[in-house]
Design a protein around this ligand. Structure first.
Ligand code: C5P
Length: 206
């Protein structure tokens, strides 16, 4: 059983994905971390975002076992991630490991932007999680300011809108709801209600 969870930045898709993985006893991959890891290396090494061969090499040599989720969940790394994610050569370098993860015996849960459309179009369960930009910005602001990042509600909203625009308008695997994905708009739902909906959707498909 493959469960594909897609949605924009700060939509709560990771929360839903982790809950489904725990419920069904499946391994979970947050695919945003792959792009974040590449983006973080570009920043750390001072590489040029236009240096496509160097960025593709970085993506191809990524050590997935060494991803530090906490260190990668910062605003600047999210921004760098969405810039490297526009590059088809970078995406291509990350496709096989995501597909291998999805197709392991017993199944898996993956969350990202293109899981139901590109990585695992054959997924048993597809859910598209979203919320208004304002609701997503409020959640991301709470998260980043609790970690001590110097952000304002407006700067976080601007960043979310910029990321939405870049992720949806790029040519390579843009953010899209798959035609057979079920939508959860959690603008007015709390975490528990979102998870309950996702479990009901998954139960109906399995
Ligand atoms: O989900 P998260 O905010 O961690 O993702 C960081 C960035 O990685 C996104 O803005 C998006 O550009 C990119 N991404 C992607 N495809 C995925 C997962 C993430 O393009 N499957």
């Amino acid at each position: 059983m493959i469960i594909a969870i897609d949605g924009p930045a700060a939509s709560g898709k990771g929360t839903v994905a982790r809950a489904l993985a725990a419920h069904f006893g499946l391994p979970h991959l947050d695919t945003g971390l792959l792009y974040r890891a590449v983006g973080a290396e570009v920043l750390a090494r001072g590489l040029d975002f236009a240096d496509v061969p160097a960025l593709a090499r970085l993506a191809a040599s990524l050590d997935v076992s060494a991803l530090d989720a906490e260190a990668l969940r910062t605003g600047p790394v999210g921004e760098a991630a969405s810039r490297v994610a526009e590059i088809p050569e970078v995406r291509q370098a990350l496709v096989d490991l995501q597909r291998d993860f999805a197709r392991q015996p017993g199944g898996a849960v993956l969350d990202g932007r293109d899981i139901g459309t590109v990585i695992a179009p054959e997924a048993t369960v597809k859910i598209f999680v979203t919320a208004s930009p304002e609701a997503r910005a409020a959640r991301r602001f709470a998260e980043l300011s609790a970690r001590g990042e110097a952000v304002t509600p407006q700067s976080v909203l601007d960043d979310i809108l910029k990321r939405d625009q870049r992720d949806s308008s790029r040519a390579a695997a843009p953010l899209r709801q798959a035609p057979d994905a079920v939508l959860i708009d959690n603008t007015h739902l709390d975490k528990h209600e979102s998870i309950a909906r996702a479990l009901a959707i998954a139960a109906a498909r399995t």
